[in-house]
Ligand binder design. Structure first.
Ligand code: ADP
Ligand code: MG
Length: 704
């Protein structure tokens, strides 16, 4: 473990081909051309690309790089890379040169056939292209493979269909950027040139000891525990949240931060989370595509550094049943190139017409496309988290806080907002502490979509998932709402009157999506149903939203997805779900047949021997006998449940049609997995700890 002091300012971005490096190394004209491409989306010519590639290579070699890779994000949810070394064909002298051309920088051509495409690209048309996303800087990553120049890229098929998460994200950023600018112009802004959706994703994760992890096949194969009884102590004491960070974890966090800083990721906050062994890391927000790239780097770094520290980082949304799950809070706002945050309400939001229009447009977008937002957070692991303990429910609602909810109430009831509630001062009552200016808006930890001062926080996203998908949806649905508002306002004779009417209309029509209360309560589920809000509890119920007519119209209008791309993505989602549950079911079968049942049989033998010995000594053996009976009954139950699970898993694998198959996995296999887990967990509670074949929840989460 490295414990020497570091100078953050010195190491920050040291392995990034960032603006400073480019200014230093690139000829003025080349630098200028590249900036134009980055800022205005102009196409990069090959001549410029050649110069950049050469300088990038020289710089990377100075950092020790031997290889480069087009780092991309196929529809697997994780990043992919194919490494090429810089060496050219040997010269007559037998030596090699290190080369890297503009063509190689701009465009790569990995074999696309083994990445999911949902039928978009037949395997015989294996050609896929990766194209440099020059708005996300290249960086040199150092790990066991040595140093590699990583070039963030988009990934498309031969026909230009998006095969990755980044292409639609970039398209959606353009869409919402253009519509935002259009809206700003209507309010008299003539100076801003560009609007960028900005994202700060907070990453939650668990840490467990690597040796304990290795003894759990479920964690190894599926990332979550498939069996496990609750320990006597859970999170009821709330003593972990923001608790002092233990030394072993602190050492890990220090190394994670340093690694991230070097590659230009602004790791900023870290703290213990609610559950034992749970932690969080948040970077400073950045343009959405960079935030997405950085979040991938954060996840990879957490895993790699954890291994170096003899630990395992669990990114699964629900590694332990009954214990808090992990999510990713996607903080989102719209920021202009001259630094205006369009979501900033000011101190008197009721007078801020532009803000009220933006706010009500977002309400409209969320209300209309709640199903798409829900779908964007769908992932097999998140099914166990959404709606479960201490997690946002599967119902999408918006939390505005007292101040804004009051403004909306005024608008809806009288058509006019005349005042804004004030936060006032929070008296600490201690002379030496300052009185804090109180926020006009309190926090609500239970809302899936919360306004937090000058940004929205979408909290449904799962901890393992890429934040690309959720931001594609957010950007596009808001682009649509802005565009519809602009269409009305651009035609209006009296702008002020028209804005006023529009705000009132949007507020009234979409008020039903606002909910400031306890999102985890049973009453809310009933209330939401009364309001007609969708409650899509599972991934298989959420996927159809992607291909609805409403979704196709939306995404095609803003050139974010074609119908074919949406259909292919839905197909991949179904397949991903089926594969995930299949692996889980097979892992359960394996663990139950090879570990749990044999261990319990052995234990019954010990118990039976004990009963006989006690009886032989002429002593009453009723208690021992009772335990033997209980264990034997549960064993019988477990065995029957195991057989049932084997049967339905086989049927599932043979089910035709990806929709039918995914549904069979969800309803039938899911229920049978529960059916097996129940008796096994009950057995864990009675069987001698020494005899139990795997570490318990207690061993896993209270060990570090
Ligand atoms: P919280 O109160 O939720 O802990 P923080 O201020 O710590 O909020 O921010 C959480 C995340 O939100 C960080 O990643 C932060 O950079 C990001 N964030 C802050 N302001 C914005 C903004 N205007 N747009 C997008 N993300 C933001
Ligand atoms: Mg937060």
């Amino acid at each position: 473990m490295n414990s020497e002091m570091v100078n953050v300012a010195e190491i920050f971005g040291e392995n990034v081909f960032n603006d400073t490096v480019m200014q230093e190394r690139l000829p003025k004209k080349v630098y200028h051309n590249l900036k134009k491409t980055i800022e205005e989306g102009k196409e990069l010519d090959l001549e410029t690309a050649d110069v950049i590639a050469h300088e990038m290579k020289e710089w990377a070699i100075e950092k020790g790089a031997t290889h480069y890779t087009h780092w991309f994000q196929p529809l697997t949810g994780v990043t992919a890379e194919k490494h090429d070394s810089f060496i050219s064909a040997p010269l007559p002298s037998g030596k090699v040169l290190m080369s890297f051309s503009g063509k190689e920088l701009i465009k790569g051509e990995p074999d696309a056939s083994s990445f999911p495409s949902g039928g978009l690209r037949a395997t015989f048309e294996a050609r896929g292209y990766t194209a440099w996303d020059c708005t996300s800087p290249a960086f040199v990553r150092k790990d066991a493979a040595g140093a590699t120049l990583c070039i963030p890229t988009a990934f498309c098929s031969y026909k230009g269909e998006a095969l990755d998460l980044k292409t639609p994200l970039l398209r959606s950023m353009e869409a919402v950027g253009a519509q935002s600018l259009r809206l700003l112009r209507l309010f008299g802004n003539t100076t801003s040139k560009k609007v960028t959706p900005s994202v700060g994703p907070e990453q939650e994760y668990f840490l467990v000891d690597a040796k304990t992890f290795q003894q759990r096949k479920d964690l190894i194969y599926t990332g979550r525990t498939l069996f496990g009884a609750m320990p006597p102590k859970g999170q009821e004491l709330d003593d972990h949240y923001f608790g002092t960070i233990r030394q072993r974890v602190a050492g890990f966090m220090k190394d994670v931060n340093e690694e991230l800083w070097k590659v230009g990721v602004t790791a900023k906050t870290q703290h213990n989370e609610t559950a034992p062994a749970q932690h969080e890391l948040a970077p400073i927000y950045a343009p959405a595509n960079i935030a997405v790239d950085h979040n991938q780097l954060i996840m990879q770094t957490l895993k790699r550094v954890a291994s170096q520290h003899g630990m395992k980082c669990l990114l699964h949304e629900k590694p332990f049943a009954g214990v808090n799950g992990s999510g990713k809070h996607n903080n989102w706002s719209l920021i202009t190139d001259d630094g205006i945050n369009m979501l900033e309400p000011g101190t008197t939001p009721h007078e801020n017409t532009q803000f009220l229009l933006i706010l009500t447009c977002i309400l409209k977008a969320v209300n209309r496309h709640a199903d798409l937002l829900r779908e964007s957070a769908a992932d097999p692991g998140n099914d166990h988290r959404l709606g479960a303990n201490e997690a946002p429910p599967a119902i999408v609602s918006v939390f505005l806080g007292d101040q804004l909810e009051d403004v909306i109430d005024q608008l809806v009831s009288t058509g006019e907002a005349t005042h804004s509630l004030n936060g006032g001062k929070l008296m600490t009552g201690v002379k030496t502490l300052p009185d804090l200016a109180k926020d006009a808006t309190d926090r609500n930890r239970t809302s899936p979509f919360a306004f937090t001062g000058n940004k929205f926080e979408f909290r449904m996203v799962g901890s393992r998932d890429s934040v690309a998908g959720p931001n594609v949806v957010l950007n596009t649905i808001v682009a649509e709402a802005f565009s519809e508002a602009c269409e009305v306002l651009e035609q209006a004779d009296d702008f002020d009157l028209a804005v006023h009417d529009l705000i009132k209309e949007y507020a009234t029509e979409n008020q039903k999506v606002i909910f400031n209360g306890d999102g985890y309560s049973e009453e809310w589920v009933k209330e939401a149903q009364r309001r007609g809000l969708p409650n899509l509890k599972s991934m298989v119920e959420a996927i159809p939203a992607m291909t609805s007519e409403k979704a196709v119209t939306l995404f095609e209008k803003f050139n974010v997805y074609t119908k074919a791309e949406l259909e292919s993505r839905a197909e991949i989602q179904y397949e991903t779900y089926s594969k995930a549950i299949n692996i889980e079911a097979r892992t359960m079968i394996d663990m139950a047949s090879k570990q749990v049942i044999p261990a319990v049989i052995k234990y019954t033998k010990t118990l039976a021997d004990t009963v006989n010995a006690v009886k032989a000594a002429g002593v009453d053996a009723t208690v021992q006998m009772q335990i033997l009976v209980d264990v034997s009954n549960l064993l019988k139950e477990a065995k029957a449940a195991l057989e049932k699970l084997i049967e339905v898993t086989e049927t599932a694998a043979g089910t035709k049609g990806f929709v039918e198959q995914a549904n069979y996995y969800y309803y039938e296999v899911g229920a049978s997995m529960q059916g097996l887990r129940a008796p096994v967990d009950a057995l864990e509670m009675i069987v001698d700890k020494e005899a139990w074949p795997m570490p318990s929840y207690g061993d896993l989460i209270f060990e570090l």
